[in-house]
Every structure is written in C-alpha cells, then in structure tokens.
Design a protein around this ligand. Structure first.
Ligand SMILES: NC(=O)c1ccc[n+]([C@@H]2O[C@H](COP(=O)([O-])OP(=O)(O)OC[C@H]3O[C@@H](n4cnc5c(N)ncnc54)[C@H](OP(=O)(O)O)[C@@H]3O)[C@@H](O)[C@H]2O)c1
Length: 352
C-alpha cells in the first residue's frame, strides 16, 4: 500500500493541531519519555505511575490540573524515576500535540472512554505512537477494536481493556477454551472488584455506561435489553452475588477469546452491598456436548490489579508489539494477567 495518504494524513493533522515538526525533531533527549500517562494524578493513574516507575520506565504525566501532577512528579523523581509534567485537556486536541512529542507509548486512564478516547486514538494514529487504555465499557472496547485496519495501516499498536475487568475475565476464557479444545457454544463471565478507593472517573463511567442497558451476544447477534434483564445469582470467590448482564468490555474480550456465539458478561448489582478488598473474576464455558467448565481468579485489591496489568501491557508494547487493534489477551496471551499480578487461578475448583 502507498504511504502517501498516511503522510498526507499526518501533515494535515499536524497542521490542524499546529504541531511544528522542527519542534518535534528538536526534542532533546532529556524530554524523551517512555510513557505518556494521561490522567496520571487520578485514582488509577497514580497507581499505574508507581507500577511503571517500578519497571524503570520514564514518564510524562498529563492531566488538566498542574498541582497534583507536579506533586506526583516530585514523589517519583525522589524515587529515581525520570518524570515531567504536561497540562492537557482531551477536549482541546491542540493541547495534546506537544505532549505526544518524544514518547514511546500513550497510556490513557481518562474515561469515560466511550467519549474521551477518540481524540487520543486519532492523535496516536496520526503521529505513529502506540496506545494502551484501561477502558471497561463495551462501546469503547468495541470501538477501538473496529480500528484494526487503520492501526495496521499506520503501523501503530492499539490495546484496549488492559485493566482488571476485561483482562482478568479474558485470561479465564482463554484458559477454559484451551482446556476444552473446542469453541464453546456459550460463555458467561463476571467480575467483582474490591477497591480501596474509587475515582470520579469510575463513577461517571459506570453511570454513563449503564445507560446502554443490558448488552449480550445471542446466536452471534448483539442483543440490547433493559438493564436488569437476565439478572441472576452466581457464587464465586466463596460469596453468593446478585449480578446483571452489563454493557462492559468483558463481553467483547470473552467473545473474542472464545469465538462463542452466546456470551454474557455480568456486573455486580449496583444496588447490592459490596465490601472487602479482594477482587474476583469468574468464567464458565459450555461445550457443544453440554460439558461445562468454570474458572475463577483472585486478584487482591482492584486498583492495584488494574495498575499492574496496564503497566505490564504498556511495558510489553514499548518493547515491541504487532501493529493492529487488540485486547491485552489477544496480544500477549492468557499469562499476561498472572505474570503482571499475583493473581491465583482455579479451574473446576482445582488450582490451574
Ligand atoms: N478496566 C478496568 O478494570 C478499570 C479499572 C479502573 C478504572 N477504569 C476506568 O478508568 C477511568 C478512570 O478512572 P479513575 O478512577 O482513575 O478516575 P479519576 O480518579 O477521576 O482520574 C481521572 C484522571 O483523568 C484526568 N482527566 C479527566 N478529564 C480529563 C480531560 N478532559 N483531559 C485530561 N485529563 C482529564 C483527571 O485529572 P484532572 O481533573 O486534573 O484533569 C484525573 O487525574 C474510568 O473510565 C474507569 O472506568 C477501568
């Protein structure tokens, strides 16, 4: 394929965003950073920054408010990490341009991703920078995966759902399918995170995503129903839980990991009491002969689990990954989550 349309696309984007290539080319080595972390001072962002720093990566910390970013940069720098700060607003694409110069990969924690991810992905494609996010909304995960052709054309790696929810159910489905050795006819997954603190981003994202209602796959078709349809009770992590089919990214990761035509991804009933700091995922696959296999994963505190998965994904993308639009498990396999965290997996209640 001719590269001319791509080059033209980059030039048009740079013109629109007022990027001066001479500035880009003159970025000094002191300003080159491994990871541009968007939303760095947020609840997930701070935990991810610590994980990235523990991997020895250099960081550019970005968000709208300079104060919290500078506090974080000071703390990281004191620990020996190279870190600098950029104030950006995803609503102002022009403010993104300079922040992207000289970075190896962009890791975004700014949700709701269904409406916040587009300008970031567009900039990554235009500038040839790889991208990782922790989206957990079905719309956002599906939307990014639909950009596979564009990502390959631009030679960029895009990874979505690199957080506890989608990635930690995906790892179970990949293991169940490998264990069964056939494409299951039905897959169900559920995630229940126990978190020490919850950010405003999560609250807003859950509120907006639930407006999509219950989304499932039936006979390969997307089915949309009123939230609460298909509610049931599942027992995992030793606890009986009221759950509802939800419009979550896990639905897409479970479908792609299994190839099943019938897929449900459950969320805890938002009105039910939640407690504890342990995070669990559960998955069930039913084979063509009716044989059912289940698996569970225990991952400890949820924000920490997301941080470890996201940081490990970004580290591997930085080390070199195939262009295209991917889920974390598609790109790095079932072991990613257990390599990144101390998660324990059981299959049919036996250690796996
Ligand atoms: N996949 C998973 O399992 C998983 C796990 C955890 C979280 N998440 C998702 O991650 C997202 C973030 O959650 P969180 O709890 O970390 O939220 P948070 O604590 O509110 O942090 C969000 C950060 O983004 C920055 N921000 C917000 N709007 C921005 C904008 N327009 N431009 C630039 N920066 C902006 C905020 O800083 P300023 O206000 O200073 O800009 C803040 O630092 C949510 O969508 C959540 O659903 C997914």
């Amino acid at each position: 394929m001719s590269k001319a349309p791509l080059v033209l696309g980059v030039m048009m984007w740079e013109k629109a965003m007022s990027i001066d290539r001479s500035t880009a080319d003159s970025v000094g080595s002191g300003h080159v950073r491994d990871v541009l972390l968007l939303g760095a001072a947020g609840n997930s962002g701070r935990a991810i920054a610590a994980e990235l720093a523990a991997h020895g990566l250099s960081l550019r910390l970005a968000g709208r408010r300079r104060g919290p970013l500078e506090d974080l940069a000071r703390a990281l720098t004191a620990g020996g990490t190279k870190a600098d700060v950029r104030t950006i607003d995803l609503g102002d694409a022009g403010s993104l341009a300079e922040a992207f110069l000289g970075v190896g990969v962009v890791l975004s924690t700014v949700g709701p991703f269904a409406r916040q991810a587009t300008p970031v992905i567009e900039a990554c494609l235009a500038l040839g920078v790889s991208y990782v996010d922790i989206a957990n909304e079905w719309l956002a995960v599906r939307g990014l995966l639909d950009r596979d052709e564009q990502a390959r054309a631009h030679q960029v790696t895009l990874v979505t759902g690199a957080g506890f929810g989608p990635a930690a159910t995906e790892t179970l489905v990949l293991r169940l399918v490998e264990h069964m050795g056939v494409v299951p006819v039905r897959v169900r997954v559920a995630a229940a995170a126990g978190v020490a603190s919850q950010g405003e981003g999560v609250r807003q994202t859950v509120q907006e995503a639930l407006g999509e209602g219950a989304i499932t796959y039936r006979d390969g078709q997307v089915i949309r129903e009123t939230l609460g349809s298909g509610a049931t009770t599942l027992t995992f992590g030793g606890v009986e839980r009221q759950v509802l089919p939800g419009p979550v990214g896990d639905l897409e990761t479970a479908r792609l990991a299994s190839g099943a035509a019938n897929v449900v991804a459950y969320i805890p009933n938002p009105t039910a009491h939640r407690g504890g700091l342990d995070s669990w995922t559960w998955a069930e696959a039913v084979g063509p002969d009716g044989r059912t296999v289940t698996a569970e994963l225990r991952a400890g505190e949820g924000v920490q689990a997301t941080a470890a998965i996201a940081a490990e994904t970004a580290r591997r993308v930085l080390a070199g990954a195939a262009p295209g639009a991917w889920t974390a498990g598609q790109l790095f396999g079932a072991a990613l989550v257990t390599d990144a965290t101390n998660a324990q997996v059981t299959m049919n209640q036996e250690p796996a």
